[in-house]
Ligand binder design. Structure first.
Ligand code: SAM
Length: 275
């Protein structure tokens, strides 16, 4: 009989954030597949667990998945963990789980921490509908294209982002999505945990004032409707100016105001330039 593949969530910072079941399973399995064996060993040492570790990461996913599937077929029980949080969520493991399922192997989740859920749960943004898009593309053109595609979605948008790219990303959010509420969750469950809230332009200038931006960041953007509090009585030019002041490029500001008022961009442009 084949063994079971356990998909085990581990802490995203604070090592206390691990379930009793996860500790038990990690102590019982024949093998633990992890991204960085040194990193996972620290967690295991903390809980007095000593099981064989094997590396499974994005660079050896294909061959290692085949080996692990062989072990599972031979009856071994295996736990899959990542460096932090839930495996497969912006982390390796998809190939292994997909193929295990195809081969009729039992796959069982052992739920626990996940940065996007932790961030969303304490963000104060709507949680009824959200879209998680992992990491945004590193190139600005592709990033803006993707953000523009997500613009009309009636859902809180959630991204993972590297600290060295966060200023650029906030600029791109301002340029494509306009003046929305944004929440940055940084270093969740760690000593320097913080939630920063504001428009993309406000957050950009707040972070730009710091000597450097470090740590792990989850970015959340409120859905479009949430910002549509502006009364239709606001003069068009004032509405456009407000967005420009928030860092939105002029043409984008015209487009946003037009959409909110049910007008075309051309109409707004004409009205603004009426003598
Ligand atoms: N599998 C993980 C999970 O369940 O959340 C995510 C792994 S992904 C490679 C790492 C990214 O998740 C980081 O770059 C950051 O965007 C986000 N992240 C991880 N830990 C975090 C934390 N403690 N606080 C905020 N964001 C975090």
């Amino acid at each position: 009989m084949s063994g079971t593949l356990y998909v085990v969530a581990t802490p995203i910072g604070n090592l206390e954030d691990i379930s009793a079941r996860a500790i038990r399973i990690l102590g019982e399995v024949d093998l633990i597949a992890c991204e960085d064996t040194r990193h996972t060993r620290k967690l295991l040492d903390r809980y007095g667990i000593s099981r064989p570790l094997v590396s499974y990461h994005e660079h050896n996913e294909q061959p290692r998945a085949a080996e692990l599937l062989g072990d599972l077929q031979a009856g071994k029980n295996i736990a899959l963990v990542s460096d932090a949080g839930t495996p497969l969520i912006a982390d390796p493991g998809y190939r292994l789980v997909e193929q295990a399922r195809e081969q009729g192997i039992t796959v069982t989740p052992v739920p626990g921490p996940c940065a996007l859920i932790a961030a969303l749960s304490a963000s104060g943004l709507p949680t009824d509908s959200f879209l998680f898009h992992g990491f945004l593309p590193p190139k600005q053109g592709q990033r803006r294209k993707l953000l523009t595609e997500l613009k009309t979605l009636a859902a809180t948008l959630i991204f993972y982002e590297a600290p060295h790219r966060i200023l650029e990303t906030l600029e791109d959010i301002a340029a494509t999505l306009g003046e929305r509420r944004v929440v940055l969750a940084r270093e969740l469950t760690k000593i320097h945990e913080e939630f920063l809230r504001g428009t993309p332009a406000e957050l950009r200038s707040a972070l730009a004032e710091r000597p450097s931006v470090k740590g792990e960041i989850t970015v959340m953007v409120a859905r479009g409707e949430a910002t549509e509090t502006e009364s239709d009585d606001t003069p068009l030019d004032a509405a456009v100016e407000k967005l420009i002041e928030a860092g939105v490029p002029r043409m984008e500001a015209l487009k946003t105001v037009a959409r909110k008022r049910g007008l075309s961009k051309r109409d707004v442009y004409k009205k603004l330039h009426q003598p």
